[in-house]
Design a protein around this ligand. Structure first.
Ligand code: ZN
Length: 126
């Protein structure tokens, strides 16, 4: 279990980008939902631009302007499906096929008082 914030995603975006795309074999501009094709940078250019960011003050929008979409800094609660700025991540470490759930503060606080309410599971003794 760990808390993941949007700032964490901004701080790790340059490294995650390079981990995903280096070496930059096909260095053509990417298609971008935000910028279209003609105004979009190549994967290598994106890596260089991400390296220039001040990761403590950059906004999600700054990252999206470079990459071309919001997915690299977007955090969504897996329970209520809302976009939030921080989540409690439970289960396996997040990967493409991991059993991981992101829960927003509101959902965690909503369920917490009711955990094990109608269950004896927590009091079973061996
Ligand atoms: Zn939620």
């Amino acid at each position: 279990m760990k808390i993941t914030t949007q700032r964490d995603l901004i701080r790790t975006a340059p490294k995650r980008w390079r981990n995903t795309y280096e070496p930059f074999n096909n260095d053509q501009p990417l298609f971008s939902v935000r910028n279209g094709h003609s105004d979009q940078l190549s994967k290598r250019e994106i890596a260089d631009e991400l390296d220039k960011l001040d990761l403590e003050s950059a906004t999600p929008s700054d990252v999206a302007d470079i990459i071309g979409n919001e997915s690299w800094t977007r955090i969504t609660c897996d329970q209520c499906k809302k976009e939030v700025t921080a989540v409690l991540q439970v289960g396996e470490r997040r990967d493409y096929e991991s059993a991981t759930a992101n829960l927003c503060r509101k959902c965690v606080e909503h369920v917490y008082p009711h955990l094990f309410e109608n269950s004896k599971a927590h009091s079973i003794r061996k």
